[in-house]
Design a protein around this ligand. Structure first.
Ligand SMILES: [Fe+2]
Length: 222
């Protein structure tokens, strides 16, 4: 990627509004999105992407699961396996996320640029992902970044129905699925870099607090 440009001044205000809506409907998914946004930015940085691309990774990470606002809580927090109908509904969430961000992307290049990563965040490099079964480098780089940190966060967080897994177990799973689900080069970078990242001290209660927490690097990266 080589696109450098402006991040619109209203981007953070818009993100706050959308994330507030998600927080009202589903606080756990909201907090997950805030953490994934932050970790996506860090992995993009450690993979050598420029500041504009790091901001794209952050915003794509923040919005990746916003489509879960359209999925019922019974499905989101179901402890066991989803039935085929529930699975279809769940697997449609990247498309709903895309639909939510698309009208903004139609007006603004920065948001247009993050849409493929939002839609593609459950694609796998072996072509077994969804919704488009993209393979290899056809999976957008930012989507490959989000998938790794998304998986890390999903496995390491405690839920009502299961305890979060320790880092070593999650790292082993990332390694095991490197080259099938995940981009091997990005897994290597993540495994080297993750321990050096400062984790969030507090669970972000709203995206506003999260942006203030990260205010030093978030104004305009171009
Ligand atoms: Fe997702």
């Amino acid at each position: 990627m080589s696109s450098w440009g402006d991040i619109p001044e209203w981007a953070h205000g818009l993100a706050q509004s959308l994330m507030q809506a998600l927080n009202s409907a589903d606080p756990l998914t909201h907090n997950h999105c805030c953490r994934v946004g932050e970790m996506s930015r860090k992995l993009a940085r450690d993979a050598g992407l420029n500041e504009y691309e790091q901001k794209m990774a952050e915003f794509a990470g923040i919005f990746h699961d916003i489509g879960k606002i359209g999925v019922s809580q019974e499905i989101i927090s179901k402890p066991g396996k989803l039935d085929p109908k529930e699975l279809d509904i769940m697997r449609n969430h990247p498309v709903i996320s895309e639909q939510i961000i698309k009208p903004i992307g139609d007006k603004d290049a920065f948001f247009k640029g993050i849409i493929p990563a939002i839609r593609g965040h459950h694609e796998r490099i072996d072509g077994e992902g969804y919704p488009d079964r993209l393979m290899g480098e056809r999976v957008p780089l930012l989507a490959r970044i989000i998938l790794i940190v998304d998986t890390y966060d999903a496995m390491s967080q405690t839920r009502s129905y299961r305890k979060g897994l320790p880092d070593e177990i999650v790292y082993a799973e990332l390694k095991r699925c490197s080259g099938t689900q995940f981009d091997p080069q990005l897994v290597r970078i993540f495994l080297q870099a993750h321990k050096t990242w400062n984790s969030l001290v507090i669970e972000p209660e709203t995206y506003k607090e999260f942006t203030e927490f990260n205010a030093s690097s978030t104004k305009k990266a171009a």
